[in-house]
Design a protein around this ligand. Structure first.
Ligand SMILES: Cc1cc2nc3c(=O)[nH]c(=O)nc-3n(C[C@H](O)[C@H](O)[C@H](O)COP(=O)(O)OP(=O)(O)OC[C@H]3O[C@@H](n4cnc5c(N)ncnc54)[C@H](O)[C@@H]3O)c2cc1C
Length: 335
């Protein structure tokens, strides 16, 4: 994992020693991380000498918490998941939302909230984006910054990307108190603040954690599960339940090594896709690194006249790693 982190840190190198990439495969090969997307975490760990008990009773618990999946995820997603379980993780005081807010402010961007893009049409020199509010936006460059696997955006002409399943994480927030009897315990105080689970078919959730203690017998819990937790089950798990909120998130890709990657440039022109990188590993930081590469790629491919007005510090040398080319027999789906 330390080796993976060291390699990932290369993406923080200065512009002069870090190329701009037009496909995820080359981006991963440059840092030495591509191989980890070709094999499962379990294969990697067995080769590293871990025994099966440690894998099923410790590592699996972590991958179920972070990705809702078993150790059959790719080695890279697994290493990112394990990194996320280490101490010393950073977050922004007051909430990580401030990062996005700060970026929007610095970029002087206009944000259209509560408005979805329904179609993106290539009009020659620009794209026409039509929204569900009936608005049209003409854009020289269009960046898709959401996973395309479950959204309903029509591309004209159609684009082609490999099929990818998303792992749904059902998140249930409950205010109340867990029942120790459900866990074979005699007292509430015996229930740990984080309950992780192994990969066993009769366990209905991936993890439960205490989000907030309002009082000795009044907590807010967060539960992750692969399927909706029905009221009947929650009534068995909790002795009291005042409020329940459920969110079904298409949270991250369902990893299946060897991974296939959608292109970053979707149409050979100026239609870009950030979230293809999530097939390597999905997290806020990997998303930011992928987005920075896309920003530099756009600048490097824009005609000089259109680059005017961009800060010179942000303009990298137009050094693009060559495309990996389409692998023979790769599966693709038309959107
Ligand atoms: C339950 C859960 C726990 C997680 N825990 C962690 C964690 O601990 N650490 C971590 O690093 N990561 C975590 N992640 C992953 C992290 O949330 C994602 O990696 C990150 O949010 C991806 O950012 P993004 O900007 O690429 O996509 P998103 O955050 O999904 O943003 C995409 C945006 O696009 C918008 N959108 C979608 N379709 C359209 C459309 N047609 N038109 C206009 N807008 C559209 C969406 O509304 C959304 O606002 C977790 C995810 C989940 C679900």
């Amino acid at each position: 994992m330390q080796e993976m982190l060291q390699k990932f840190m290369l993406y923080y190198n200065g512009f002069e020693s870090r190329p701009v990439f037009d496909n995820v495969e080359e981006m991963l090969k440059w840092s030495g991380l591509y191989g980890l997307t070709r094999r499962t975490l379990e294969e990697e760990l067995i080769d590293a000498g871990l025994n099966t008990q440690t894998i099923s009773e410790l590592v699996t618990v972590i991958t179920r918490i972070n990705y809702g999946q078993s150790t059959s995820i790719s080695g890279l997603a697994g290493a990112v998941s394990l990194a996320g379980s280490e101490s010393g993780l950073w977050s922004i005081k007051g909430g990580n939302w401030q990062l996005a807010a700060g970026l929007l402010k610095t970029a002087n961007a206009t944000l259209h909230l509560q408005e979805g893009i329904e179609s993106i049409s290539d009009a020659g020199d620009y794209y026409v984006l039509k929204s569900n509010k009936g608005h049209e936006y003409n854009c020289t460059v269009t960046v898709v910054a959401t996973p395309l696997d479950e959204v309903n955006i029509t591309f004209i002409p159609p684009i082609s990307i490999p099929p990818r399943k998303m792992q749904h994480t059902h998140t249930t927030f409950v205010r109340g108190l867990l029942d120790p009897k459900f866990f074979g315990l005699s007292s509430v105080s015996d229930i740990p603040e984080l309950i992780g689970t192994m990969e066993l078919p009769d366990i209905p959730f991936s993890c439960i954690s205490v989000r907030k203690k309002h009082g000795e017998h009044d907590m807010t819990y967060k539960i992750f599960s692969r399927a909706k937790l029905e009221d009947a089950l929650l009534d068995q798990m909790f002795s009291t339940r005042e409020e329940t909120i459920r969110i079904d998130w298409p949270a991250y890709p369902h990893y299946q090594a060897p991974e296939d990657f959608a292109p970053i440039i979707l149409d050979g022109r100026h239609l870009y896709y950030v979230n293809t990188f999530e097939s390597a590993a999905s997290a806020m930081e990997t998303g930011a690194v992928a987005a920075e590469n896309v920003a530099r790629l756009i600048i490097s491919r824009l005609p000089l006249g259109l680059r005017a007005g961009l800060s010179s510090a942000a303009v990298p040398e137009p050094h693009i790693e060559s495309s990996a080319g389409e692998e023979e027999g790769s599966r693709r789906v038309d959107l």
